[in-house]
Design a protein around this ligand. Structure first.
Ligand code: TXE
Length: 505
């Protein structure tokens, strides 16, 4: 069964994309827009058999197809064509992710520009893919270290940056010569399916990119699959742990980008106006539904009251509104259960001694009553023993804690199980750089925040994950290295027991 070519105006209906064909599922999943409650898309509910078919198509494309055998320049040319197509369809992608994910369309447009930029950067890596040569293994030996594609890559993506996070993985895997099966979030699948359509239009060989939609069951089947060689996941730490367990059957290579609980550390000697702007951006960007959300403000005590007043004044000016409205700063949270959980966490913090400085409840706007809208919320007097300090809330909720010394600031920032990112604000580089080095996180921003060029590797320390995305390190996650040691000439006694020769123990 095949679903006719995808339509882009709601309600949309998609099948899986397997081996270059659109394939209906036995059951379907409806997605209601979190801002209105109206169903905007319907996707196939993938089962293990769909995942089997997609992995088989990717396997054939890897073992026998042209994609892994093309030159780097040929793969790069296709990725450049896709980047052009992404730019040409920017409005479509921005709309799909805003509509299904509830994020402000203005930010969604930034994600699409980022997706095109990532694809162009990955095209460069396809050209640059290379190994190394060892000429010091002995006079008769030459050591080649070959860099090869890992094989079939499984990509499982979340709902908060559907097209952007996909492009932190997909073009890198393809640039390396892998073939791919993607399982997008069941809540925001449309942009992934539309991107697959553009890859086909650009000329990607059949089976090199397959998309199976569905919920965690489809993701679990992909994580368990023996035909998948490398798996890259972005999502919650709890699901990351499940994926790690599911992957043990064939010990597949894993890259897990998980939750975060970042701190914005503001020292008294920072440019405080600049820092206030950064703190509001870091805390409320993308509805706070962001793994690098700088959701904890740690501020030096002597400037804390004045600084907090400035941050609160700016937060109160943020416009909560419909995701598709260009003027909206904060849109709708992903679903009703999430909003309820967030409200529960705010209430818990209040009971534990936190003070609500602003917000704290659903948006009072009558025009937003049908959706999942939370007021930007600031909680002061939050201490490390409170769950609001340690747990990822994933919403426009900023906690505030005060510190006295540099050492206190570092200790507070590091006093959580996560280690994805942190920000430091100080005009004194002699202070800011040692602090950046002392922070246990994969990324540190200094006098900036949530700012990730594709050239820089991204990933977590501690429970924020394993492996890296983007940069050269992110590309290498989709590759294997093979050592080939070549002996030339023939010298008697090379293999005699006890003879000295360069080899491994
Ligand atoms: O994430 P899940 P959810 C955090 C954030 C959020 C919480 C829950 O705190 O409130 O996670 O969100 C697929 N095997 N982040 O439940 O479950 C799922 O279908 C394989 C942080 O949406 O991690 C989707 O495609 N896959 C994060 C993807 O995993 C499974 C972004 C992510 O869903 C699976 C999103 C399973 N057993 C949420 N179960 C970030 N790091 O940015 C589900 N999935």
């Amino acid at each position: 069964m095949t679903t006719s070519p995808p339509v882009t105006a709601p309600p949309r209906r998609y099948g899986h994309f397997i081996g270059g064909q659109w394939v209906d599922g036995r059951e379907e999943i409806d997605r209601a827009a979190p801002a209105t409650g109206e169903v905007v898309s319907t996707v196939a509910a993938g089962e293990a058999s769909d995942v089997d078919a997609a992995v088989a198509a990717a396997r054939r494309a890897f073992d026998d197809g042209p994609w892994p055998r093309m030159t780097g320049f040929e793969r790069a040319a296709l990725l450049h064509r896709v980047a052009e197509l992404i730019d040409a369809h920017a409005d479509l992608f921005a709309r799909l992710d805003a509509e299904e994910g509830g994020k402000p369309v203005r930010l969604s447009r930034g994600d699409v520009a980022g997706a095109a930029q990532l694809t162009r950067y990955a095209a460069g890596l396809a050209v640059q893919m290379h190994g190394s040569t060892y000429t010091n293994n002995g006079p008769d030996f030459t050591g080649l270290v070959l860099r090869e594609p890992s094989g079939v890559a499984g990509l499982i993506t979340p709902w908060n940056f559907p097209v952007l996070i996909l492009c932190q993985k997909l073009p890198f895997a393809l640039a390396a010569g892998c073939t791919v099966v993607v399982k997008p979030s069941e809540m925001t699948s449309s942009s992934t399916l539309e991107l697959a359509r553009l890859y086909a239009e650009a000329g990607l060989p059949e089976g090199a990119l397959n998309v199976v939609t569905g919920d965690g069951r489809a993701g679990q089947a992909l994580a368990e699959h023996h035909g998948v060689d490398v798996l890259s996941f972005t999502g919650s730490t709890a699901t990351g742990r499940r994926i790690l367990e599911a992957s043990t059957g064939n010990l597949k290579k894993l890259s897990l980008e998980l939750g975060g609980k970042a701190a914005n550390i503001v020292f008294a000697d920072a440019d405080l106006e600049d820092a206030a702007e950064g703190v509001v951006f870091g805390g409320f960007f993308n509805n706070g539904e962001c793994c690098v959300a700088q959701s904890r403000l740690l501020v030096q005590a002597d400037v804390a009251d004045a600084f907090l007043a400035e941050v609160a004044a700016r937060a109160e000016k943020l416009r909560v509104g419909q995701p598709l409205d260009e003027a909206t700063d904060v849109g709708a949270l992903i679903h009703d259960r999430h909003l309820e959980t967030v409200l529960g966490r705010v209430e818990e913090a209040r009971r534990q001694g936190g003070e609500v400085v602003t917000g704290g409840g659903r948006s009072p706007e009558a025009s937003l009553a049908a959706g999942q809208f939370l007021q930007p919320t600031i909680l002061d007097r939050v201490t490390p023993d409170m769950s609001a300090f340690t747990e990822e809330i994933f919403a426009p909720v900023l906690t505030v804690s005060r510190f006295e010394t540099v050492e206190d600031a570092v200790a507070l920032a590091n006093a959580v199980d996560y280690g994805l990112s942190n920000s430091v604000w100080s005009k004194d580089i002699d202070k800011a750089l040692p602090v950046a080095k002392a922070l246990r996180s994969g990324t540190v921003y200094v006098n900036t925040t949530i700012d990730a060029p594709p050239t820089m590797p991204f990933g977590g320390y501690k429970m924020s994950g394993v492996g890296r995305e983007m940069g050269q390190a992110g590309f290498e996650e989709f590759t294997e290295v093979k050592s080939v040691n070549i002996r030339t000439g023939k010298r008697a006694g090379t293999f005699g027991i006890g003879a000295a020769h360069p080899t491994v123990a």
